[in-house]
Design a protein around this ligand. Structure first.
Ligand SMILES: [Zn+2]
Ligand SMILES: [Zn+2]
Length: 380
């Protein structure tokens, strides 16, 4: 993915590692950007080190622009990026790479609209400065940090587990259940490790759920490829399609019975679940994690096994062709191997009194293999 349209050539191919040398040196106390640190975390830390609270730091950089009602970790308008660049004396193209924008662009085949929700970035909705949703965090990472700070990757909607500790991320203070809102820090805050509401320690969490090996590995591979600036849009488009397919399948009344797809992904089959009704980015980490674990399972199948599973579940080409622009090459390839219409036996009311047509030996063996693999994965 190229950024030549808007960015200086020198900074086009900057990777996450190269950002680690950034430091705010124009202010009295130098504040380094820590590895994978989110923009708001960096600016708020720098401000607090100078005994300046987030509201005031926003005014110093941007005047009357109400920065903390926006999501500057995600995107900054050009003018605001320029103002920040002038204030902290760092090139705006480098600062652009501190935001989530270039990384989100890399994950998408189609252009992103800053005024709309981005599928792969969680939204931090606000009412004035009160945050409705939380900055996710890993309590163990914060506990081990010499300088506690918030990671940019914790804002990705597909990152639900800590890449280091393999545990599912937290999204609220365990003491008061208040959302983590960095702009609420004051001079009395000891560090970003403490809750801005009850001042409790965010790292005091017990019994954190651990992610499955497969889910952790695939998420890790995606993070690595993204930050190394590899082309990942095809993989993310496949992942998005599979999540959509799983959600449609969970919401479908016909599939309330155990279909091969449901048996394989093994998600609780309740149509009242928010898994089916709320926008993916707005779901809780727990729900997103369940969907992603299921989607990663499907993603790791060979094309031929996925085709068999979909045919056995009664998925047809029509499920794929509604939204052509969002199809990856892999999904297009798979869709072409599916029937164009549902089999007659699925449409007929008297299907239950007929014997199903026998599958081929090869298809049966492949299906048994998939189900065995699924059972083994669940045992881990
Ligand atoms: Zn961690
Ligand atoms: Zn609290």
């Amino acid at each position: 993915m190229a950024y030549a349209d808007t960015r200086h050539a020198k900074y086009q191919c900057i990777t996450s590692i190269e950002l680690s040398n950034l430091s705010i040196n124009s202010w009295h106390i130098h504040t380094e950007l820590l590895p994978d640190e989110a923009l708001s975390s960096w600016l708020i830390r720098a401000g607090l080190r100078h005994a300046i609270e987030p509201l005031a730091i926003g005014r110093i950089i941007w005047g009357h622009w109400r920065v903390w009602t926006r999501d500057i970790d995600r995107w900054l308008p050009n003018q605001r990026l320029e103002e920040l660049s002038q204030e902290i004396q760092i090139h705006r193209d480098l600062l652009y790479h501190v935001t989530l924008t270039p990384w989100a662009r890399q994950m998408n085949l189609s252009p992103l609209n800053p005024q709309q929700r981005w599928y792969w970035v969680t939204s931090l909705s606000h009412r004035n400065r009160s945050r409705q949703s939380s900055f996710a965090f890993c309590p163990q990472c914060l506990a081990e940090d010499d300088i506690p700070y918030m990671r940019k990757s914790w804002r990705f909607s597909w990152v639900t587990t800590c890449p280091t500790h393999k545990t599912i991320l937290s999204e609220a203070c365990s003491h008061c259940h208040y959302a983590v809102n960095l702009s609420r820090h004051t001079l009395s805050s000891k560090s970003l490790r403490y809750c801005t509401s009850c001042h409790g320690d965010l790292t005091a969490v017990s019994n954190q759920a651990v992610a499955s090996k497969q889910s952790h590995e695939i998420q890790g591979q995606l993070i690595e490829a993204l930050y190394a600036k590899e082309p990942v849009a095809q993989d993310f488009t496949t992942l998005k399609f599979l999540i959509k397919l799983i959600r449609q399948s969970l919401a479908s009344k016909r599939n309330m019975h155990n279909s091969p797809l449901h048996t394989f992904i093994n998600i609780a089959n309740d149509t009242r679940s928010p898994l089916c009704s709320i926008c993916f980015t707005e779901l809780s980490i727990k729900d997103r994690h369940a969907l992603l674990t299921a989607a990663f399972k499907l993603m790791s199948l060979k094309d031929s096994s996925l085709v068999d599973l979909l045919i056995e579940t009664g998925v047809t080409q029509s499920a794929f062709l509604k939204d052509k622009t969002e199809l990856s090459n892999k999904i297009l390839r798979i869709s072409k191997q599916l029937p164009t219409h549902q089999r007659v036996r699925l449409r007929q009311r008297d299907a239950s009194i007929r014997w199903p047509e026998p599958r081929s030996l090869e298809a049966t063996q492949r299906l048994i293999k998939i189900l065995h693999k699924s059972i083994r994965a669940d045992d881990k």
